[in-house]
Design a protein around this ligand. Structure first.
Ligand SMILES: [Zn+2]
Length: 352
């Protein structure tokens, strides 16, 4: 009897104790009914114990008493065996349940870790980033995500560069170049070599005067003409009084040494983000090709923030630079060209 009570007590005490046990049995299914079962078995065990109590209270003859004691002992043994089986089953169910819960908790923990990692990755790309590059995570495909102000890089539909094809041949107005020898500075800005000019250099087009602010280089050429790329390109960036931009693009091909480019190379800064301010002057008009035919279309800056509304003027005739001059730039910037963007049905006009 004492054993039986001990077993019942054991059964009642076991559940909270087991909850702290490490999972031993590898449970496959989470048994949701295991817990209610535990209560059910504990409750069924209790009445059988109390039912046996009145039998012990009766006191007939010694023989009958012995017989009754033997019968009771047999009954107790039977109940004990039954209870042992129940406890064993209960233990197995609890262990399975415990293992299933541990597995579910582990799954949840892994999911939380994954969520956290994702959040960290997103945070690593701040919406006000200022760093960008031509390759890798900060490359052209992600420019629009680096900074909210650069969204046009991914959502715009007048992006540059493009492959210039199917132009409409018309009598395009001549671009009037009014460039003169000017003082200049050369900066290695970490993305290209940029030459800034003192004021006084203009182009005039459609009754608008745009002043030359700076020019810089890309390798290979960003624009393509009927699928053909060039070894390099020079972008001459102009701005009018209202802040509208017009960029003249000069394709560079291998040939003879270019004197203006040589002057720039002679004054390259030794470090990135450094500027050299030479005492000599630069005549940008010497950079222009003899033929002034061009392609024109609307596009954007080819670097973040990819601002649209830029008037592009791409000269048809390439300009020559020596292989040595090309090689020198490629040592600094072997690749600084944005990939070709969708034409998106924009109109391209070209000189007849
Ligand atoms: Zn450019």
């Amino acid at each position: 009897m004492r054993t039986l009570i001990a077993l019942i007590a054991c059964c009642l005490v076991l559940p909270p104790a087991l909850a702290n046990d490490p999972p031993k049995a590898a449970g496959h299914e989470a048994s949701a009914e295991a817990k209610p079962d535990a209560h059910a078995s504990a409750e069924t065990a209790k009445p059988s114990a109390s039912a046996a109590a009145p039998a012990a209270a009766a006191k007939p003859s010694a023989a009958a008493q012995a017989q009754s004691a033997a019968a009771m002992k047999a009954k107790e043994d039977e109940a004990e065996a039954e209870l042992s089986i129940k406890i064993a089953n209960r233990l197995a169910a609890m262990r399975a349940n415990q293992a299933a819960r541990a597995a579910a908790a582990e799954k949840q923990r892994k999911a939380n870790v994954a969520k956290k990692t994702e959040a960290v990755t997103v945070a690593a790309m701040p919406a006000h980033g200022t760093h960008w590059s031509y390759e890798g995570e900060l490359g052209p495909a992600n420019w629009g995500k680096i900074n909210v102000d650069w969204a046009k890089c991914s959502t715009g539909n007048r992006q540059s560069p493009i492959d210039i094809r199917d132009g409409m041949k018309v009598d395009l107005e001549q671009i009037v170049f009014d460039y003169k020898p000017s003082s200049f500075s050369v900066t290695d800005n970490g993305h290209t070599i940029q030459v800034s000019l003192s004021g006084g250099n203009y182009i005039t087009l459609q009754n608008r005067m745009y002043e030359l602010v700076q020019f810089h280089f890309h390798r290979p050429s960003e624009e393509r003409i009927n699928g053909r790329g060039f070894e390099m390109v020079v972008h001459l960036v102009h701005k009018d009084a209202e802040g509208k931009l017009a960029v003249v693009a000069l394709m560079l091909e291998r040939g003879k040494t270019h004197p203006t480019i040589q002057t720039v190379w002679n004054n390259l800064p030794l470090e990135k983000n450094d500027t050299v301010n030479p005492t000599i002057v630069l005549d940008v008009s010497e950079m222009l090709p003899n033929r002034r035919d061009y392609y024109t279309f609307m596009g954007s800056l080819t670097t973040p923030p990819c601002t649209e509304g830029v008037l592009w003027l791409v000269m048809k005739e390439p300009v020559q630079a020596s292989p040595q001059q090309m090689a020198l730039f490629s040592r600094l910037y072997p690749l600084n060209a944005r990939p070709i963007q969708a034409g998106a049905g924009r109109v391209i006009k070209e000189s007849n």
